[in-house]
Write a protein that binds this ligand. Sequence first.
Ligand code: SF4
Ligand code: SF4
Length: 137
Amino acid sequence: MTRDADDCHRCGRCCKRWGTALAGTIDDLYRWLEEERYDILQYCSARMNDGTVVCGAELTIRDLGDVYVVDLWKAPDGSSLHTCPFLSYDEQGLSLCTIHADKPSVCRNFTPYSWDNYETILDCPAHREKKRLNGEP
Ligand code: SF4
Ligand code: SF4
């Protein structure tokens, strides 16, 4: 199912709910390293093949071959965050992503209908509305 960008209500619930348990990619890290986006990299946690965990801001492009899992988003010291550090709200209370143009692929690819599971249906008003308009339960 496709959607118009306008379908999202910008409530921010998805970023709040899943924004600290996202899977990054090596391509994300590569892009941010090339662009020297240490403001983003500091919130990336790389699990390395040797079992160590390295903050993204400490990586170089040559290290990427040894990364096997990328966890988004973590505090620079590796501890858990309560919410995505890039989630903000405009003056009307609508959510916005402060790294919209550079956000990770998992966020770029996400739509209100990406995950058709109970939790997204319950949490996402756009998903619920679309189901209602489609006459789905
Ligand atoms: S990076 Fe942007 S789109 Fe992704 S969870 Fe954070 S605020 Fe949401
Ligand atoms: S929960 Fe749904 S409506 Fe709210 S911001 Fe996320 S995708 Fe948009």
